[in-house]
Design a protein around this ligand. Sequence first.
Ligand SMILES: Nc1nc2c(ncn2[C@@H]2O[C@H](COP(=O)(O)OP(=O)(O)OP(=O)(O)O)[C@@H](O)[C@H]2O)c(=O)[nH]1
Ligand SMILES: O=C([O-])CC(=O)C(=O)O
Ligand SMILES: [Mn+2]
Length: 604
Amino acid sequence: MTAATIPGLDQTPTTHQSLLAWVRQVAELTTPAEVVWCDGSDEEWRTITGKLVTAGTFVRLRQKPNSFWCASDPSDVARVEDRTFICSTYEADAGPTNNWMDPIDMKVIMTEHYRGSMAGRTMYVIPFCMGPLTAEKPMLGVEITDSEYVVASMHIMTRMGSKALALFGDDAEFVRCLHSVGAPLKPGQKDVPWPCDQTKYISQFPEERMVWSYGSGYGGNALLGKKCYSLRIASVIGREEGWLAEHMLILKLTSPEQKVHYIAAAFPSACGKTNLAMLEPAIPGWKVETLGDDIAWLRFGEDGRLYAVNPENGFFGVAPGTGWKTNPNAMRTLYTGNSIFTNVALTDDGDVWWEGYSEVPPDRLTTWKREHWTLASDELTSHPNSRYCTPIAQCPITAPEWDDPNGVPISAIFFGGRRATTIPLVTESRDWQHGVFLGATLSSETTAAATGQVGVVRRDPMAMLPFIGYHAGDYFQHWIDTGKHADATKLPKIFYVNWFRRDADGRFLWPGFSENARVLKWAIERIEGTAPAVDTPIGWVPTTGALDMKGLDTPVEDIEAVLEVDLDEWRTEIPLIEEWFTTIGDKLPTPLHDELEALKHRLA
Ligand SMILES: Nc1nc2c(ncn2[C@@H]2O[C@H](COP(=O)(O)OP(=O)(O)OP(=O)(O)O)[C@@H](O)[C@H]2O)c(=O)[nH]1
Ligand SMILES: O=C([O-])CC(=O)C(=O)O
Ligand SMILES: [Mn+2]
C-alpha cells in the first residue's frame, strides 16, 4: 500500500509541519492498515477498550466500574534492561552503566524491524504532555504506536489527545516516541490477545530527544512517556538546563500542628514508592497526601528552594502486596474504577485478585497465565510484577496542588533500597555532598520489575541505575553541582532509609507501611531541629528513644536491631562501594571519592 492510500493519513488535526512529516514517514515505513489521531475523549476510550475486549486482550470487570483485566504474553512482563540502549553519538556519553549502540547503526537495525511492522494494524498518533498542561513550557511528546493497550494506558498515565495537541502550535519542540509491538498481520491472519516480538529494543536517542521501542507491549517498555521520556530523555534535558529528573514519589506531610512539608523519595522499582506515597500514618494527627508515586522533576524556584512536579497523570503500581491493610488508599482508588489490571488473576464473578489483595483467595480463579486455579494449586495467581493502572485524580488522598505547574517545595529527599542487612532503618546525611554520596552508593536487592535474577544486591544510584540517560559520573557531578549552586539553608535534607532489614531467620525487623510515618516524623523533627540523633560513622541515626513508638507493638530488641550501625557489616560494604566507584572510572567526582575516604577513616 502506498502512503497516500493509507486511510486516515491525510487527516491532519494540526498545522505542525514537522510532526505531520514524521507521522507520514513512519506510516510509509510501517505500512499500517489505517492511521488514527487520538483525541483523548471518553468516546475514544470506549472505542479502544471495546476493541480490546473484542480482541480478547481485555476482559471487562463486573465488580469494578469501567475497568479491565488483561493478561500479557508470559514472556513480556517487565522492563528489559539488557535490551535497553542509550544511543548517544559517543559511547563515552552513555557511560559504564548503560548499554550503548551507535545511533546510526541502531537506526539501521530498527528501521528494518519497523519496515511493515504495523501491517494489518491501526497506527495511533498520541500527542501528550508530561506534567501540567498549564506549565510555562509544557513538556510535549508524541507516541506513535500500533497497540490499543498502549493507547488505553496512555489515556490514564498522561495528559493526552486534543488538549495536548492544542499546545503544539506550528513548531513546538516535542519528544518523538515510536513504538511497535512488532507483530504485523497478514491479510486474514487472526490476531493474538497480546501481540509482541521475541526480539526487543528500547532505544533512547538523547541528542535527538527521541525514543524507539520495538517488540514489547509491557508498561515501562511501551508507555514511552514514562521511564523512557520522563527519566532517560528528561535526565539529559535536565542536566543541560540545570534541573533533575528523578525516580521519586512526592508526598505532602501535615503535622498535628498543621505544618506542611513535602518529601520526595527515590526507591528502586518494587521497593515501596507507591506505598509510601499513599501512606496512612499509624501515628495520630499526622496526614499524608499524594502528589506522585514514581517520577519527580526537580527545579529551583525563584525563592531558591527545590520544587517538584510529577510528570505523570496516573499510577502504574505493583499489584501483589496491595491490600486494605497495606495500602487502603490504593484500594479505594482502584474500587472507583476506570482502571486496567495487567497480569493479575480474574475471579469467576468478574473481579481481580492477587496475592495480598485479601487474606483468603476465592475458591477458584483464572491465573495471569489464563490457567484454571483452585485453593489446592500452589502456583502464584498473579505475576510478581503484575500492575494496576489508575488515574491519580481519583485517589482519595491526592493533594489538590498535584497539578500545580510550579510544583511543591521539597523539605527532604529520601533514598532507600531493599537490604536484608547493614543499612539501618534511617540515616540522616551530614550535608548535601554526603547525601549525594549516600544516593550514589545506594544498593538494593533486584526485584521482579525487571527481567533477570531476583534478590541480588546491586548498586542502584539514586534508584536511577536503569534510567540515567547519560554517563553516571556526570550524573553524580550534576547532583553535586545542584547543591553547590544553591543556598545550603534552602536545600532539602537528604536521608537514607531501609524498610527491609531482616533478622537471622529472614523476618522483617520493621513493620513498614503505615508505621513508616514514624520515620517521616523523625526526619521532619530533624529538619526543625527538635529530634535527637547519634553521630555515627555513616551519618546521623535516631536513638531508640528518638522515634515516636507510641502504639507500636514491635519489640524494643527489633527496634534496636533495625537501627543498629554494625561496623563489621559496614567494613564489608566498603570494598563493594570501591568496586562500584571503580566502574564509574575517571568521571567519578572527587568529592565522592573524598566522602568514601572519610567514611573508611571513620570506620577504621
Ligand atoms: N516489608 C515491606 N514491604 C513493603 C513496604 N512498602 C512496600 N512494600 C512492598 O514492596 C513491594 C513494592 O512496593 P511499591 O510501593 O509498589 O514499590 P514501587 O517503588 O512503587 O515500585 P515501582 O512501581 O516498580 O517503581 C510491594 O509488594 C509492597 O507490598 C514496607 O514498608 N515494608
Ligand atoms: O516502568 C515500569 O514498567 C514499571 C515501573 O514503574 C518500574 O519498573 O519502575
Ligand atoms: Mn510504583
